[in-house]
Design a protein around this ligand. Structure first.
Ligand SMILES: [Cu+2]
Length: 147
């Protein structure tokens, strides 16, 4: 029954603005991506996320149009050995924040679609458990930004 489709689309259109009207639930800061050494096609990205709501939130995914795959990782040191593991999600406490930084949480940006150098900007989209998304622009840098 093809005549049903326009009605469904109208309903969806009516719902989307309502969901957006609640304002941002998160804020990002200290955003940067470390330029990869020559010959390395995996980059690490860092940022802090602040939960502006009074309810716990979960960061459920990070995506970028400039990379084939983006994973969330956590660096762990065990018995003097540094390693990292993939994490499916990261909790951000109510009115709290989480830091993605060297030696801790980071995003692993893999399968780059172009060469990226210091000064380039990468767009990232962070998705959260409340259905909200945050689009951020991350500068590629050789060194961490000054705090
Ligand atoms: Cu990693």
């Amino acid at each position: 029954m093809p005549r049903r489709l326009p009605v469904l689309l109208l309903l969806l259109a009516a719902f989307v603005p309502a969901a957006r009207g609640e304002g941002p639930s998160v804020r990002a800061g200290h955003v940067w991506i470390r330029q990869a050494p020559p010959g390395v096609s995996v980059l690490a990205g860092y940022f802090s996320i602040e939960n502006l709501t009074d309810k716990p939130l979960t960061l459920t995914s990070v995506k970028s149009p400039d990379f084939g795959t983006v994973e969330m990782h956590e660096s762990v040191s065990q018995g003097g050995t540094e390693s990292m593991r993939q994490v499916g999600e990261v909790d951000i406490p109510a009115l709290g924040s989480v830091e993605f930084k060297p030696g801790g949480y980071h995003v692993m940006l893999m399968q780059p679609k172009k060469n990226l150098f210091a000064g380039d900007m990468v767009s990232l989209t962070l998705a959260f458990s409340d259905g909200s998304e945050l689009a951020i622009l991350a500068p590629v840098r050789r060194d961490p930004p000054q705090r």
